[in-house]
Design a binder for this molecule. Structure first.
Ligand code: SF4
Length: 333
């Protein structure tokens, strides 16, 4: 019987996908941090900002998906800047100083401004507006039209944009700047005017002064302990230790404790089950027959989806039903 070419192709495609993932993994880096990053100063947890500088070695490396998102951003950066220049052309504005680095000695804040937009005024005067470009998901893109919308965003990392832009304005003595928001899916851009919010940045300055004092004295600030933020925190391994139970209100409920303990005990078994299911799916996809035995098990594969076109072109998926032949025999006797 002639070998099914799609089988080989499936294996090759799997290897190619894996090669891409491995390449991304090899690009993940963890670098020393010597200053407060402007893009992070709005982070709701000062302890995170402290760890970022003092304990950067303990940071959990980001995963390959995030690395891929970073790479995509870098790949499209030049095109986005070119398109922004084309947008600015209609007003006779130009853009300069791309990726201009700055460092504020006193607050120990460093950053890199994506670009400056140069606006010629009537009297021949020139205004320079610092401009930050952010790519975001469609729902975030739809939700932001003004600088107030940034502050009321649900995601803390979107709210971070606000303080980042304030740092740019304050440290460059500017009243106005622009946030360019790019929709990750459609590629559409929107321009949001940003004005220096002096009161807000005064609070940020106080926060940074306190943080720098903590860093100097090697005393970690209080924990935020907001699990929406902590769950994603790359320092949770060193931060969320047993002593947090003394910082939070206590509830005495034996039934709840028992249920949570049981659930935790099943975690490893659940992981093993998920991993076995993944292997079953992968290995069954290599089968040449729709029904076969392996050891004491009978496997029946069924295609869910249209059947008239070759399997590697059609939309659908295989399901695998597995029956133990041993149990079957027992039942029959
Ligand atoms: S785990 Fe939570 S409290 Fe600890 S540093 Fe991270 S965000 Fe802050």
């Amino acid at each position: 019987m002639a070998e099914d070419p799609t089988l080989n192709l499936q294996e090759i495609c799997y290897d190619l996908t894996q090669a891409g993932i491995n390449r991304l993994k090899s690009q993940i880096e963890r670098n020393p941090v010597h200053s407060n990053w402007a893009s992070q100063i709005g982070h709701p947890c000062s302890r995170y900002l402290y760890y970022n500088r003092v304990n950067w070695r303990d940071r959990d490396p980001h995963n390959f998906v995030l690395q891929s998102i970073f790479n995509e951003g870098t790949k499209h950066e030049k095109d986005t800047i070119r398109e922004i220049q084309e947008d600015c052309d209609i007003r006779g504005w130009s853009i300069v100083a791309q990726q201009d680095r700055f460092y504020d000695e006193e607050l120990q804040v460093g950053g890199r401004i994506d670009l400056d937009i140069i606006i010629p005024m009537d009297a021949g005067e020139i205004q320079t507006l610092p401009c930050e470009i952010k790519s975001c998901a469609p729902h975030t893109w739809n939700a932001i039209d003004t600088q107030e919308d940034i502050l009321s965003a649900k995601q803390y990392y979107v709210r971070n944009y606000y303080d980042q832009l304030m740092a740019y304005l304050y440290m460059h003595n500017k009243e106005w700047g622009i946030l360019v928001l790019k929709n990750k899916i459609t590629g559409l851009r929107k321009y949001v005017p940003i004005r220096l919010d002096y009161d807000r940045f005064t609070d940020t300055i106080k926060k940074l002064e306190k943080l720098n004092e903590n860093i100097k004295n090697k005393v970690p600030p209080d924990r935020l302990l907001d699990f929406d933020v902590c769950d994603e925190c790359p320092f949770k391994k060193i931060c969320i230790t047993e002593d947090i139970k003394f910082e939070l209100p206590k509830m005495d409920n034996d039934l709840l404790l028992q249920a949570i303990t049981q659930k935790e005990a099943q975690k490893e078994a659940h992981k093993a089950y998920e991993s076995a299911m993944k292997t079953i799916k992968e290995q069954c996809s290599r089968a040449t027959e729709e029904q076969f035995t392996v050891g004491d098990y009978l496997v029946k594969r069924s295609w869910i989806g249209p059947k008239q076109i070759p399997s590697y072109l059609r939309e659908g998926y295989w399901t695998n039903r597995i029956k133990s032949l041993v149990e079957k025999k027992k039942n029959e006797t």
